[in-house]
Ligand binder design. Sequence first.
Ligand code: ADP
Length: 547
Amino acid sequence: PESVPRRHDVRLPPDTTRESFDEAINALRHALGRENVVLNDKPLEDGWYLEHPNTHDAFHLVGQEDLVSSATVYPSSTAEVQAVVRWANKYGIPIYPISMGRNVGYGGTAPRVPGSVVVDLGKRMNKILNIDVDNASCLVEPGVSYFALYDEIQRRKLPLWIDCPDLGGGSVLGNAIDRGVGYTPMGDHFGAHCGMEIVLPNGELLRTGMGALPGKDGADNPTWQSFAAAYGPYSDGIFSQSNFGIVCQMGFHLMHETGHQSYMLTFPRDEDFPDIVEIIRPLAQKGILGNIPQLRHVVQELNVTGLPKSHWYSGSGPVPRDVIREHASKLPCGDCSWVFYGTQYGDEAAIKSQLDMIKSGFSAIKGCRFYLPSDVPADHYLNDRALVCSGVPVLRELDWLNWKPNAAHVFFSPITPTRGKDAKIVHDINVRLHAKYGIDLFPTLCIAGREMHYITNIIYDRSSDDEKRRCNALMEELIAEAAREGYGEYRTHLLYADQVANTYNWNDNALMRFNETIKDALDPNGILAPGRNGIWPKKYRGKGWEL
Ligand code: ADP
């Protein structure tokens, strides 16, 4: 969409006059160089995934100018990040760190408090600091994308794999501290990290894990990327999905390259859903499934082709089930209801024996069919899954956005036990509420042995206030209904951070009171990402900021 003139001038941070803001910005320019501090005063461009803005949420769910920064600053080093943090404390201006800002569907680069200064770490802090082949690990800065890490490993012809999420353009570090997931056996990104370097909200510098023990003659500790827990409380966790520090370096374990085989299973009936989940549970718990597989409703076979909704259906509401059936019957998946994408790893014999067990498990579902990539056309989505599941970053999932004009999306991501009964409760809530608000339901389930991430991708037209209103209402009702049944989200768009945080309220909000105690101790001036994940510093609490 073409850019429209701004309705408002620069959005100032709360309680700041233009004069004091200009003075603060001048001081920051003096410290970091004029060109590295950019005011957010131009028309806002939503761009697209690879050319995304760092000025606002490109996938705006409210007004485009509602969640905006006042300026962006580009530090080039940990020392400069410390300088930015000290500046923020001095002038009382909230800052909002991002790595690359590609967590689309969760708020992108937008700060929770409008008028915050976005600290864009990725642009200038984008070095792969180390790849340790013997240790099968790496150390990266915030601006290293999955593509960049992958390319470097290929360039050096190393026998290692990375693990990437569905889209490969994001930051390895940023995705991990937002606890994103991928699809090789090392798909738990935060779980695969080892060691962090963090600037605290008071400007102090911290290394976690073995990094806290200085190496010989000033070197980094030789086991910083080998042993995450080290000694004493395991503090790394509190720097994920929080606003307790700015992560400037982070280590990750890498996987050894190995044989792999992706495959697809289809199941004929919508009602098979709980039984499929029951079969997956023991296969996953016993470690027979090689990765965290995805189970998708067949409607996603339509939109992952990249063809617009109008190609399939000319009505205005959600695509009816019989229309989906009619189209699916002409696609490689055939007339089915659920589609399972999995991958097995190891040598040929190991993969064969695993696949035999998997086929035998699923044979309990009548009409289940098994496909290899060689059974489907070269442009079929299964071939893209085969890449992602072997650590090759791709962008195929962007094709979703062809579904409607000006498309944006937001995720609803509850966690349920891997049990047919629970999966059905959450699925039924989704079916009922999506129908209530007239929105297509696109469920993708990432199923592990004991829990599953039930993720619905809610696609809306950014230029339609009515669609945004329905999306918002749908999200709020989904979160509330799921919580009533005892299910909570693992991650959410920043507009729902308060609501989701409030559902984790066992024992009179003990968890939030604990988080607030840490927040106030580390960030007494409340400058770092106020409101992120529903955690508000003292300065903002109870003053009308919570949504
Ligand atoms: P990606 O580019 O992988 O999608 P983002 O940069 O968008 O990741 O990061 C997701 C969220 O995590 C950001 O909105 C921000 O709140 C937080 N975040 C990202 N990087 C950092 C960092 N280095 N330090 C602290 N918080 C961060």
